[in-house]
Design a protein around this ligand. Structure first.
Ligand code: PLP
Length: 395
């Protein structure tokens, strides 16, 4: 099995698992209990919070709150701050956010909020001027993802934070950094970002644990009411093994950032160049420059993405298509549609996402096998004339 779907989820690092096991076996005490037996789990949470503080470049571990996932972090940040700011009814986000933000915005619109969705260009780069023009004094919140999950395109969130705060100092700025964590450096303390969320399973921790950075000046209500855990902002007995796991994963990811930005990037570039050179109907679906180092989104013109995925799966390769099956029809990706990717490539777009566990051999295997698969699939495509013209054009 060759795994090129690390933006969907990642393998748990063995060292993360080792860190978690004692809290699943012998050290199972509730960390809030008074006896000595509870000290080790309580210390594990404290240490994980410190590691997460370093990972996100926060000032203080008190700014870190553990959650169950990236979606919870986004919901907690957005709903929580809007609840404390009932007078303002205008919110802004982008057209290419993850559904955990987009669908939340849609539901907020039904509750009476007015939402603006900012455009991206054909390379997936955000229209900063449009964003600037939409910020108003009654804008309660701006939410912009750090890196896009489908294309890997990075948004200049530090610059956006400055723009938001200059135009409207009271507006809250949330960053969904789920696809940036572990791939590029994050340093919230040097920015005007108010809140930023990450998810453990995207950087080799298990599924079911995330974190939210909250600047101390930000006021928000909890999503889950109950006990005093997470300083009263997220009730429920702490998930000690998973929190210990995400802490360890954050430490490891911070230590391997350099590797990610050089070696993982080299392998991604090799894979991408190999495909683009050897498959005549392929095209890159994103900016060449501003991308996280592990992601490549390639459109294969006049071929169905699901068919490509099935053929890749037959040779043991896991990747993902930009489209999701919605009620029986093949709905093309909202991200690629927002970028204006031509219809001919929209349905045949494949995301390859690597990790620090990806090997050169795996990359070489895909480069070797994909041209054969594509030859077969183009030969059965109903668009033979168009493919012929494309082949002539691209030589
Ligand atoms: N935000 C982005 C950009 C994502 O890619 C994802 C997951 O793919 C999420 C949020 C949601 O994360 P989780 O699955 O941990 O809820």
């Amino acid at each position: 099995m060759i795994y090129f779907d690390n933006n969907a989820t990642t393998k748990i690092d063995e060292r993360v698992l080792e860190e978690m096991l004692p809290y699943l076996r012998e050290d199972y005490a509730n960390p809030s209990s008074m006896y000595d037996f509870a000290k080790k789990p309580a210390l594990a949470i404290k240490e994980a919070r410190g590691k997460m503080k370093d990972f996100l470049g926060a000032n203080n571990e008190k700014e870190i709150f553990f959650t169950s996932c990236g979606s919870e972090s986004a919901n907690m940040a957005i709903k929580g701050t809007l609840n404390c700011n009932k007078g303002k009814k205008h919110i802004i986000t982008t057209k290419v956010e993850h559904p955990c933000v987009l669908n939340l915005y849609k539901s907020l619109e039904k509750e009476g909020y007015e939402a603006d969705y900012i455009s991206v260009d054909s390379e997936g780069q955000l229209d900063i001027d449009e964003l600037k023009s939409k910020i108003r004094k009654d804008t309660a919140l701006v939410s912009v993802m750090y890196a896009n999950n489908e294309t890997g395109v990075i948004n200049p969130v530090e610059e956006i934070a400055d723009i938001v705060k200059t135009k409207s100092p009271e507006t809250i700025f949330f960053v969904d950094a789920v696809q940036a964590g572990g791939k590029i450096p994050i340093n919230v303390k040097d920015t005007q970002i108010d809140m930023l969320g990450v998810s453990g399973h995207k950087f080799h921790a298990p599924k079911g644990v995330g974190a939210l950075y909250i600047r101390p000046s930000v006021r928000l209500t909890p999503l889950i009411n109950g006990g005093h855990q997470e300083r009263g902002l997220r009730a429920g007995t702490e998930n000690v093994p998973y929190i210990a796991g995400i802490g360890k994963a954050a430490e490891l990811a911070l230590n391997s950032l350099n590797y990610e930005m050089t070696e993982v990037k080299r392998l991604r570039d090799k894979l991408e160049d190999g495909i683009l050179k050897n498959v005549f109907n392929s095209r890159l679906n994103s900016s060449l420059k501003n991308r996280v180092p592990n992601t490549s989104n390639i459109g294969f013109e006049y071929v169905e993405g699901e068919l490509i995925l099935l053929h890749l799966s037959d040779i043991g390769v896991c990747a993902s298509s930009g489209s999701a099956c919605t009620s029986g029809s093949l709905e093309p990706s909202h991200v690629l549609r927002a970028m204006g990717i031509p219809f001919t490539a929209l349905h045949g777009s494949i995301r390859f996402s690597l990790s620090r566990f990806t090997t050169e051999k795996e990359v070489d295997y895909v480069i070797e096998k994909l041209p054969g698969i594509m030859e077969k699939l183009t030969s059965i495509s109903p668009y033979q004339d168009e493919l012929m013209k494309l082949k002539q054009r691209r030589g």
